[in-house]
Design a protein around this ligand. Structure first.
Ligand code: NAD
Ligand code: UFG
Length: 340
């Protein structure tokens, strides 16, 4: 299938690009590199031994999109492009609304102009907000607690309205839990711009000596050991969910929403232990205050993805830590030099 990947230079997009190339899909990537580097593509090309089209541009730019839709004529779109930092979204909310929502509206209009009706959208478990019950299933109420989370929820609604008005439309909304890890080769992985906000890249940078110690945000939560509990999902498993979703949208109409997680939770202290075991490094840490806005615990009920997408996670926390460490130790500064 001819697939447009927006945000395909990013952490999850690049892993998905690699897997789609492995299945002989024809790919065009659109990215403005606001949170990524085009250097990732050399590495994807090396791993896949395949060619693909690249367009540097913004998903909010109608002219760029029109050229892609008239030239490459995608049959389906996987829409990753967006801003994703929860904390930053509280400081610059309009930047998030503009980038994420206007970007998606512009994209859906460009798709309509050429009757491209199939989309897979990157949503997030953050749309659920404070758990009313766990595990979250897809019917759990959505009351997101940050501007970022609200952009994801409003985009979901936008896609539902678009689909209702467009009988041939087919959309899959994937609510990712906590994506971590890297390709097993250590050649592509997560390369945050600044000091990482998220746990696993922070631990990786402590392990490799770039940061001195981890701050554990709170140990007085109602969890097994008092630290926050999340459903970590290997990014390679997550990327594979997009392959199944592309097949799914090709054979269906309407909108389906899926949780993409393992169904298992791990606490911060358990992640530290697993990372130490995988890397052979000690991770110094200290207990600090709770991070404002954090939820004690959440994890997925992934049964719907098992049943309808025939998808389930294959990798466990030890695998995630092994691959994150392999990537980080081979690329301590990310995509600054050729692959080792
Ligand atoms: P990422 O920042 O690594 O990738 C996003 C890519 O989109 C980047 O390459 C960035 O340069 C590009 N981009 C951003 N705005 C753009 C625009 N206007 N036009 C063109 N390109 C643009 O993030 P990621 O972790 O790969 O996340 C991908 C998607 O999944 C995002 O939509 C994110 O919100 C969502 N998501 C991520 C997580 C996570 O923890 N990583 C969790 C849930 C959902
Ligand atoms: N944590 C620390 N120290 C750190 C970073 C995190 O103790 O330096 C803790 C947090 O308090 C939390 C757990 O580690 O208990 C996980 O935190 P992350 O920041 O890695 O992940 P979040 O669950 O807070 O959020 C992430 C993304 C969101 C996304 C959500 C669900 O940042 O965008 O996963 O997909 F919505």
């Amino acid at each position: 299938m001819r697939v447009l990947i927006t945000g395909g230079a990013g952490f999850i997009g690049s892993q998905t690009l690699l897997q789609l190339l492995g299945e002989q899909h024809e790919i065009c990537v659109l990215d403005n590199y606001s949170n990524s580097s085009p250097m990732v593509f050399e590495r994807v090309a090396m791993l896949s031994n395949s060619a693909f089209e690249l367009v540097e541009g913004d998903v909010r730019d109608r002219d760029t999109l029109a050229k892609i839709f008239e030239g490459f004529r995608p049959e389906a779109v996987i829409h990753f492009a967006g801003l994703k930092a929860v904390g930053e979204s509280t400081t610059f909310p309009i930047r998030y609304y503009e980038n994420n929502m206007l970007g998606t509206a512009t994209l859906l209009q460009a798709m309509d102009a050429v009757q491209c009706r199939q989309i897979v959208f990157s949503s997030s478990a953050t749309v659920y907000g404070v758990p009313k019950y766990l595990p979250y299933d897809e019917a759990h109420p959505c009351i997101p607690t940050s501007p970022y989370g609200r952009t994801k929820y409003f985009i979901e609604e936008m896609i539902r309205d678009w689909s209702a008005a467009t009988p041939t439309a087919s959309a899959v909304i994937l609510r990712y839990f906590n994506p971590v890890g890297a390709h097993s080769s250590g050649i592509i992985g997560e390369d945050p711009n600044d000091i990482p906000n998220n746990l696993m890249p922070y631990i990786s940078q402590v392990a490799v000596g770039k940061l001195s110690k981890l701050q554990v945000f709170g140990n007085d939560y109602d969890t097994r050991d008092g630290t926050g509990l999340r459903d970590y999902i290997h990014v390679v498993d997550l990327a594979r969910a997009h392959l199944n979703s592309i097949d799914y949208v090709a054979g269906s109409a309407g909108v389906e929403t899926f949780n993409i997680g393992t169904g298992e939770g791990a606490t911060v202290l358990e992640v530290i232990q697993a990372f130490e075991a995988a890397s052979g490094q000690t991770i110094p840490y200290e207990i600090n205050q709770r991070r404002p806005g954090d939820i004690a615990a959440f994890y997925a009920n992934p049964a719907k993805a098992h049943n309808l997408l025939d998808w389930r996670a294959k990798f466990n926390l030890a695998n995630m830590c092994r691959d994150a460490w392999n990537w980080q130790s081979k690329n301590p500064d990310g995509y600054v030099q050729g692959p080792k």
